[in-house]
Unconditional design. Sequence first.
Length: 243
Amino acid sequence: MNNDQRPVSHSHNRHAEEHMQSSEILTDIVIGMSDGLTVPFALAAGLSGAVGQDHINLIWIAGLAEIAAGSIAMGLGGYLAGKTETDHYQSELKREYEEVEKLPMEEKEEVREFFSKLGLSEEVQEKAVDEMTKDKDKWVDFMMKYELGLDKPDPRRAGKSAFNIGFSYIVGGLIPLSPYFFVSDGLTRLKISAVITLFCLFIFGYFKSKMTGVNAWSGALRVMIIGALAAGCAFAVARLIVK
């Protein structure tokens, strides 16, 4: 082997794949944590305004029940979203194979149009089309990615997404509920829960905004205010009903 014949490195592909998977995991965590922090917090606040000191344990019992139900519902939603993505890809893949088989000239013309838009000369276009369409599998993969804009999804994506979202919901939900396990006074529980949860919402909103390219500080304040409003409304409504 001479110096020019070096093995092709696939490190860039591994990097791209790892980056994509990390992004998917972070997206799942954001979905699960955002609802996990807010919904049980609002529920606990509402029940704090409705039940008396004698029934204060109902708050953490109801909170745990809500976390269980919420994590299952959110996880199922994540599973169905991942399954839908996979099913859609497989459906389009089957259709693309059929088109390559039955309408090869039309499909080749679409490949040629792609290379034409890159500014390649007609001679190079012809060579690129011939090379690309030699292998049917590579041809179809090319059409899926560049004609339809579809990347092949991880076949285990649905299950991973369900677990990531459901687990994140549980972790987020236990944060506002934790003071109700250790503090006896109902109002004190609510105050501690509010301080801890609003702080976590601020931190969560900060990193969520950094990920999405939004101003981190304004994003953090927005997430915290939404959580505070949800809990405040739940508490106020419960008080009004009880009265």
